[in-house]
Write a protein that binds this ligand. Structure first.
Ligand SMILES: Cc1cc2nc3c(=O)[nH]c(=O)nc-3n(C[C@H](O)[C@H](O)[C@H](O)COP(=O)(O)O)c2cc1C
Length: 354
């Protein structure tokens, strides 16, 4: 049953991989002036935003769920922003179900009930949501050190994530982490809000997010948590250097899609040789779509050269390449040790092959 659910999810969920190059600038939500969606449709299960009380910041170190508090430094963190308590409730359930730590994004200037009155288009929230550059300040800092999975929750405001989420993601480095967005709303879906945050974060592996009603059951949340994990494991392309896995943040482009499709029929091993004292290069068995751009590479960068050569850098070079991804969690010295001493075999495979 779990397998069927996983397969279903693989079908409906696209793994969203961040790509700073090309995504941040091209995100329509960043460039285009904000277009107001139709007024939110009230959901009987949701508290009406205009009746909201000013937000009361919670102590994020407190285990409010009454369940066993996760150990500090645990690898899963649920970060949420909630103006009227709905997202907080869902975040607390996810934290309890995953044994995660919980941290709240608290605005320096709390949102008052007047601010949250979406029938008045002159309010602070309307002004912020209409201004793609608005970056409300957060109280303190939320440390992501030691976490490998971040659930990121927020309400939908005018079809988007509140701007304070942009402040949060732009202020943190998600390298090496998997970020799983979720939201609550009156009725709107998560829309492009998760993609926009992924592009603004410019780091981390972002999964497609999901919208939940405030009264979502723990069973449904648990199902989603399991499916998300399974889909990520099975749908992600893994890279092994001489059999040793290296974690990779893949770009989100047609070249990576084509490479993933190539690998979907079975693991692909590429015989690589060092070149120039800065890279390993080896032939792919097919040409991939290319979108070459002049690039100065860094240690860990994975690029496509000439449409059919896989290149992994342990040093730097400037040339016209198509970016495929980058190895995370390894220093330049470690990469030089791995890649700089002779031929290697790079294997690409979907799912965990051990
Ligand atoms: C300023 C504002 C704008 C909103 N815009 C939308 C919207 O576009 N679509 C929607 O379905 N709900 C919208 N809502 C409703 C909230 O998304 C919903 O009540 C949410 O669950 C509140 O979460 P919270 O209690 O964690 O703040 C809006 C609420 C506010 C305050």
């Amino acid at each position: 049953m779990k397998r069927i659910l996983s397969l279903f999810l693989i079908f409906v969920m696209a793994v969203v991989l961040t790509s700073c190059a090309g995504r941040k600038d091209s995100d329509p939500a960043d460039d285009a002036p904000y277009k107001s969606p139709a007024p939110p449709v009230a959901d009987a299960s949701e508290p009406a935003p205009d009746s909201a009380e000013p937000h009361e910041p919670a102590d994020s170190s407190t285990d409010e769920t009454g369940t066993e508090a996760p150990s500090p430094g645990g690898s899963v963190l649920v970060v949420f922003f909630s103006a009227t308590g709905t997202t907080r409730g869902v975040a607390e359930k996810i934290a309890a179900l995953t044994g995660a730590d919980l941290a709240e994004i608290v605005p320096v200037q709390p949102y008052t009930s007047e601010d949250l009155d979406y029938s008045d288009r002159t309010t602070r929230t309307s002004a912020e949501q209409n201004d793609p550059a608005a970056r409300p300040q957060l109280v303190g800092d939320i440390s992501l050190n030691g976490y490998s999975t971040i659930y990121l929750g927020y309400p939908i405001w005018w079809g988007q994530a509140p701007r304070i989420l942009s402040s949060f993601v732009e202020g943190h480095d998600f390298t090496g982490m998997t970020v799983i967005p979720f939201c609550t709303s009156g009725s709107s879906d998560i829309g492009q809000s998760d993609d926009t945050l992924a592009a603004q974060a410019c780091s981390g592996t972002w999964l497609q997010g999901r919208r939940f009603p405030g009264d979502v059951s723990e069973d449904l949340l648990m199902e989603w948590i399991n499916e998300t994990t399974d889909a990520y494991m099975e749908d992600t392309m893994h890279l092994y250097i001489n059999g040793q896995e290296a974690s990779v943040e893949w770009e989100r482009n047609e070249s990576v899609d084509a490479l993933t499709a190539l690998v979907s029929s079975g693991p692909l091993s590429v015989k690589m040789s060092p070149y120039g004292g800065f890279e390993q290069v080896g032939p792919l068995e097919a040409s991939l779509p290319r979108n070459d751009a002049q690039t100065t590479t860094q240690a860990g960068d994975i690029v496509l050269y000439s449409g059919n050569q896989l290149v992994v850098f342990y040093g730097s070079n400037s040339w016209a390449y198509t970016r495929l991804g980058r190895i995370t969690g390894k220093s330049a010295a470690e990469l030089t040790e791995l890649l700089g001493t002779g031929d290697v075999t790079i294997t690409l495979a979907l799912g965990i092959t051990g």
